[in-house]
Design a protein around this ligand. Structure first.
Ligand code: NAP
Length: 385
């Protein structure tokens, strides 16, 4: 009899075919056709590079098998075979050796990104692309000036009587008419809803030229019915611990989850750790929530808004301002209560990392070592697209 081995698989029911995993795999072990994304069992070396980039968690699936499922079998699936099920060669998880292998597989993936220790337990994948929930549009408001050139919208969905338990930092997937794959958007309202007690959520969407889903969403009218999947995301969550300090860094619509974080703290009665936001946009009239943000008192949220395209002014990015505020950041980095969140353009990651290296070095700390501790403690979170 063959020795059981662990096989890395992708859940076709949950996967949104964004292909981030394929791009992240350093050895080309992931591929796709027009139906599924699959993992080559003979190539995957369990390096886990693909795990943190997956926005839905569909990548984090493992089966203990006697002989691995072939690519042809994986391409054919519309759902994953259960462990110990009749399909293929999976073996019973009740066998201690098999249970140990499964635990090892999941422990490996947990090392990649962790939720804060005090975060509430998220509900994930309650609704899928095949079985979405229908929501009703309650509002669609433009957040940016007509003259800004950026059409960014605040959209509110009501789930009426249906459950949609979402935590701050989670996302939902919108399925445009005629499409089968959801597009993901961060939820910008707190866990008790855009309006407490009304079972609704908000998202922040920028109209992209030629974008099928963003144009569909930006054109939605009150009363329209929309297919939604989710909630998604199990790590980019806020700590429930009220004394936790939040350092939030965003560009453009990447500020969506930070609106949710801020509203959660505003609504919670307990006063606790501080919140600091670095927020980059082209100009004030294209910065989503500029007006409401400015009304939040500094004692609740320290705001650093930076602009890259103000005529006559030097271009400024969030990482430039982090360096200017290096002393404040160094103090936060030295505090074990600090949680760091980065959300927005993929390109910002490198600049923000460099700023952290320089700030940490200025106080004699290795950023690489500190970031490792932050990750292990669920205090460092990146969501960039
Ligand atoms: P944007 O308006 O194109 O850019 C926002 C600001 O970031 C601009 O000032 C831009 O400057 C600056 N920027 C450009 N490159 C940068 C870099 N390398 N480092 C630091 N700053 C940089 O942004 P957007 O169109 O709103 O895009 C936001 C991103 O967030 C998208 O990729 C989106 O997918 C992602 N996101 C969205 C959500 C959501 O729920 N909607 C959630 C998470 C993430 P210049 O252009 O002037 O150079």
């Amino acid at each position: 009899m063959n020795t059981p081995v662990k096989q890395h698989l992708i859940d076709p029911e949950i996967c949104i075919r964004c292909h981030s995993c394929e791009a992240a795999c350093p050895i080309g072990a992931i591929e796709h056709d027009d139906r599924n994304v699959v993992v080559k069992a003979d190539a995957c070396n369990y390096c886990m590079s693909c795990i943190p980039v997956c926005p839905t968690g569909s990548i984090d699936n493992w089966r203990i098998v006697l002989s691995p499922f072939s690519l042809a079998e994986q391409y054919d699936w519309s759902e994953l075979p259960p462990q110990g099920g009749a399909a293929g060669e999976t073996v019973e998880a009740t066998d201690p050796a098999v249970a140990a292998l499964l635990a090892e597989a999941h422990a490996g993936s947990e090392g990649a990104a962790r939720a804060p220790a005090s975060a509430s337990k998220p509900t994930i994948n309650l609704y899928t692309a095949a079985k979405p929930v229908e929501a009703v549009v309650q509002g669609n408001y433009r957040l940016t000036a007509e003259s800004s050139g950026a059409d960014v919208r605040h959209i509110i969905f009501s789930f009426e009587g249906r459950p949609f338990p979402a935590l701050e930092g989670q996302s939902l997937g919108v399925i445009a008419p005629g499409e089968t794959i959801p597009r993901l958007y961060s939820i910008s309202s707190p866990r008790d809803g855009e309006r407490p007690g009304f079972n609704n959520v908000a998202i922040t969407v920028k109209r992209e030229p030629g974008g099928v889903c963003s144009n569909y969403i930006c054109d939605l009218a009150k009363g329209d019915r929309v297919r939604i999947a989710g909630p998604f995301g199990a790590t980019f969550l806020m700590p429930d611990e009220p004394r936790a300090r939040l350092l939030m860094i965003a560009t453009g619509t990447g500020a969506a989850p930070f609106r949710a974080f801020t509203m959660r703290r505003q609504r919670a009665a307990a006063r606790g750790g501080d919140m600091t936001l670095f927020f980059g946009a082209r100009a004030p009239d294209s910065l989503p929530y500029f007006g409401p943000l400015n009304k939040i008192p500094n004692r609740l949220l320290r705001k650093h808004m930076v602009f890259s395209r103000i005529p006559g002014a030097a271009k400024e990015y969030v990482q430039d301002r982090l360096l200017v505020e290096g002393e404040e950041i160094a103090e936060m980095l030295g505090d074990a209560r600090t949680h760091i969140y980065i959300c927005g353009l993929r390109g910002m990651e490198e600049g923000v990392e460099k700023a952290f290296v320089s700030i940490a070095e200025s106080v004699g700390v290795s950023w690489g070592a500190l970031r490792q501790v932050l990750r292990e403690e669920g205090r460092y979170h990146v969501e960039t697209y």
